[in-house]
Design a protein around this ligand. Structure first.
Ligand code: 13P
Length: 248
């Protein structure tokens, strides 16, 4: 069965609630399609107004992060129960910015992934190497470690519904997009790894995105690769160009 493409915007720390509503309204007619799953992962405070603005459209509103407990004394964190209650279905887990600036380890990523599945949220599990790591020749070792730990105790049935985003850190926000063959090479390796951890059925089902300076000019070529099932888009998801990326 062919995998359905999935293109997600990651708004990062951009857009006030008022701006979020405006952006959803601007993009709504531009991202219309029946062929691609379209997700806007937005700041927590924007989720409810964005969800309201997206009503009746094909846009899914997702989250950029969540905590790995249901409730309790965790000041400032967002619970999966809050996301579910707001109607969220997708949540980004382990983005490199969370790992770099907020100390998220592979173990924390694994706890969050397990928690997301417990509440039937689809995690968009991020992995990716830094420029130094690529130059040191450890890209594949690193990605293997990130994915193996992220998927500890995740069942094959759950893994089949997961989304994995390969985002080389050196390509994020730098305008330096990975070449199509670099992106395909790592996404293919991730799929092989999933077949090793689980089985071929799971490897063929899991959806793998590329992320890092995706633009309207590069999307079509990237997303046509055999192991790239769409993209996780930062900067360009805040602009009308996102419509062209979705309809690549
Ligand atoms: P840019 O598209 O801005 O490079 O960001 C990529 C990203 O980090 C998406 O999660």
């Amino acid at each position: 069965m062919a995998r359905r493409k999935i293109v997600a915007g990651n708004w990062k720390m951009n857009m006030t609630p008022t701006q979020a509503v405006e952006l959803v309204n601007t993009l709504k007619p531009l991202v219309k399609t029946n062929d691609v799953d379209v997700i806007f992962c937005v700041p927590a405070i924007d989720i409810i107004p964005a969800m309201e603005a997206a009503k009746g459209s094909n846009i899914n509103i997702g989250a950029e992060n969540m905590y790995f407990e249901d409730s309790g004394a965790y000041t400032g964190e967002i619970s999966p129960l809050m996301l579910v209650d707001a109607g969220v279905k997708y949540v980004i887990i382990g983005h490199s910015e969370r790992r770099e600036y907020f100390g998220e380890t592979d173990e924390i990523v694994n706890k969050k992934v397990l928690k997301a599945f417990e509440h039937n949220l689809t995690p968009i599990v991020c992995c990716g190497e830094s420029l130094t790591q690529r130059e040191q020749g450890v890209t594949f070792d690193l990605i293997r470690q990130q994915i193996k730990i992220a998927f500890q105790n995740v069942s094959a049935e759950q893994a089949q519904t997961a989304v994995i985003a390969y985002e080389p850190i050196w390509a994020i926000g730098t305008g330096k997009v990975a070449t199509t063959s670099q992106a395909q090479e790592v996404c293919a390796a991730i799929r092989v790894l999933i077949s090793e951890i689980y089985d071929q059925t799971t490897a063929l089902a899991v959806r793998i995105q590329y992320g890092g300076s995706v633009t309207a000019d590069t999307a079509a070529d990237l997303f046509s690769q055999p192991d790239i099932d769409g993209g996780l888009v930062g900067g360009a998801s805040l602009k009308p160009d996102f419509g062209k990326i979705v309809n690549h």
